[in-house]
Design a protein around this ligand. Sequence first.
Ligand code: BES
Ligand code: ZN
Length: 874
Amino acid sequence: MADSPAQFRGQARLPRFAAPLRYDLRLRPDLAACTFSGAAAVAVAVSAPTRFLVLNAAELDVGRASIRFQDLAPTDVTQFEEDEILVIGFDRELPIGEGVLAMDFTGTLNDQMRGFYRSKYVCNGESRNMAVTQFEAADARRCFPCWDEPAFKAKFKLTLEVPSDLVALSNMPVAKETVSGPIKTVFYEESPLMSTYLVAIVVGLFDYIESSTSEGTKVRVYTQVGKTNQGKFALDVGVKSLDLYKDYFATPYPLPKLDMIAIPDFAAGAMENYGLVTYRETALLYDELLSSASNKQQVAITVAHELAHQWFGNLVTMEWWTHLWLNEGFASWVSYLAVDSLFPEWNNWTQFLDETTSGLRLDALAESHPIEVEINHASEIDAIFDSISYDKGASVIRMLQSYLGAERFQKALASYIKKYAYSNAKTEDLWAVLEEESGEPVKDLMTTWTKQQGYPVIYAKLNGHDLELEQAQFLSDGSSGTGTWIVPITFCCGSYDAQKKFLLKEKTDKMHIKEFTASQSSDGDKNIWIKLNIDQTGFYRVKYDDELAAGLVNAIKAKKLSLMDKIGIVEDSYALSVARKQTLTSLLRLLNAYHDESDYTVLSHVTSVCLSISKISVDATPDLNNDIKQLLINLLLPAAIKLGWDPKDGESHLDVMLRSLLLIALVRLGHNETINEGVRRFHIFFEDRKTSLLPPDTRKAAYLAVMRTVSTSNRSGYDALLKIYRETAEPQEKSRVLGSLSSSPDKDIVLEALNFMFTDEVRNQDSYYILGGISLEGREVAWTWLKTNWDHVLKTWRSSSLISDFINSIVSPFTSEEKAAEVSEFFACRIKPSFLRALKQSLERVRISARWIESIRSEPSLGEAVQELLQGAA
Ligand code: BES
Ligand code: ZN
């Protein structure tokens, strides 16, 4: 064993005795046969005595006889598929120093949207293949044998042999091209030091548009032939983002060019490959006439996110996947910074609280994980591209920035980028730079947030003139975990003019606030309000005692609070109610205080809480369900009526978003007039697709309205939507239809929509739209469908994180212990690492709902309160 190839099995990481310096790679994809062949010559530095070279390879046929290290032929070559490694053994120790490892290999252009894969598109009515790569996290090894870990940075020199009529792109610009009949050979310039997961290739038919940054870097957007006008918006955002990041990180864009390209089959939303960023079509293309305001925002955020990675991720790369959040958390946070500067009217930092909310919701599960998570096998990496790495990651960065101050923070980030450029960094490396630049105890503070899962709820209580605080880990199941954090506390009293901040380091602490309150309130302590966690910059929740809570309700009604604080209060209150720390009754009373709200950012959180209440009440209080729905409708209706269905000249981007949000919510709550109006407009639109009565922004609401009226005996609405789906070439429009199809209350229609997912009319990448739309009435039939079709689902989606969506969307809506047990039992013998976490989290959600229901049923005055609130509004 000691001297056998098997000694390298079962390791999380490759041995370090040899490392790549330069890859010379030649690849020849065959787009018709869906195969490829390749040759690699890798300059390797051997740094310690070894008889072996160990690198990654998976699903590749490596030509044994072709392997040479300098002029040495190996004596044994073993490929361990499970470990995804290739062990090349020689009959003697390799000389310390540099040598070239050469080999030939072949592989398949797969249909799994990872590694080197094929995507399909239609050109001139003819179906064609393109060849695309997606290597993050650990799939470069499916394209060529390599040291496939982020810390093994090397230079890459690629050569592609492709059909002469196609566009062939890679990370670097073309250095030379030679044509020989139907095949051209494209030689690319050598890249700077970079990680394998950022290497990219795209081969297909495309058009492009081009612009350049203030430094003269050429930026292009590639689209399908004839669609370049849809790339203009992304090109503009791209060029401006590059200029902005160059200043923010005080470092120029590191490569000679940047291409961005839309790929019709794409597992994620977008991928930041160095110099060749790939996107799902919906995340890159924007069309004035065909896209919605929310499509536009999504494109801007996605472009800004991927381009941020060109510095944070590509130039400075995480040392190992444990530090993935450094990539994703930062890119997410910085993308808001960029988009805020490009589109200040979008109020982007308030919208950022969507991220914080998703992070807080996921991290309140016992089945969450710390931001920094141990990774033992490549198959575990995909699962951590989740709300913890992205949303909690981005939120704790915002928390730290707000604690240190924007300027100090930016200066430190710029030094960090300079210090680790072309190299790798760990989380603590970033803390060290920030600590040095700021003189603050950054490492101690932040370690409590990144190495420990969960977050605290701060219990705040007024005792005379003392504000007493106590922290305890917040969990949605109502239990208290054991964690403690160093919490940057901020608060203000009666006004935002005077703010206090300090670090809560122990379990409890108190602040004497007499002078503070006296100076802020002219009418004594009456009507005083105290808001902790000003503008929700901290990643924690607050539970106020009754007196403080009442003060805040008054402050909301009196319009004294910032948008962010209003969002924080409703979100915390909702979460506390789910965790049975406060009653649904009191949550409904609080919601009532948002009656006059007209701001999109606030109402987007309010509606999400409303929809969740409406869902739980179906199971918890079926008798009250209609009344509760009516109450929630009453809450949202005034703002919806003000906006109407038709866009108004000169109205703001956020009002356009709000219209769509409210109409969708009203349809989901079963508001008849909204449903009828949606159906009416849909019929007109169906006859005349150019009608102004149903622009892209309100279309989804109308589609959902139609689906609420569809049943097996009255299925014309469903068929009409299918017709629209088949007739449109626009991916965003297709996604709107797919997201509606499964939302009928009729089980057989839901089943039909789910089965539609298996036809070749729906791309595998789009399954989650249908899954995300399943009606509450359809959850049982969806579960049966999943069990019946599990083998097929697993086979088709096994290798992407999309598999988790099947579990999440279908399991989470259940609300009983019995169902949780049934689901557990079904998966007991079917579990795989790629969806284990999703399953555990979904089951936990089911059990949390079950307990919430118990507690709602025992609320003595819920019915009365609902009646009282209904009357009050009348
Ligand atoms: N690096 C990711 C893409 C990725 C995700 C690769 C999962 C492998 C597995 C990329 O930078 C990213 O974060 N994309 C986001 C979009 C963004 C706007 C949050 C995505 O794909 O959703
Ligand atoms: Zn990212």
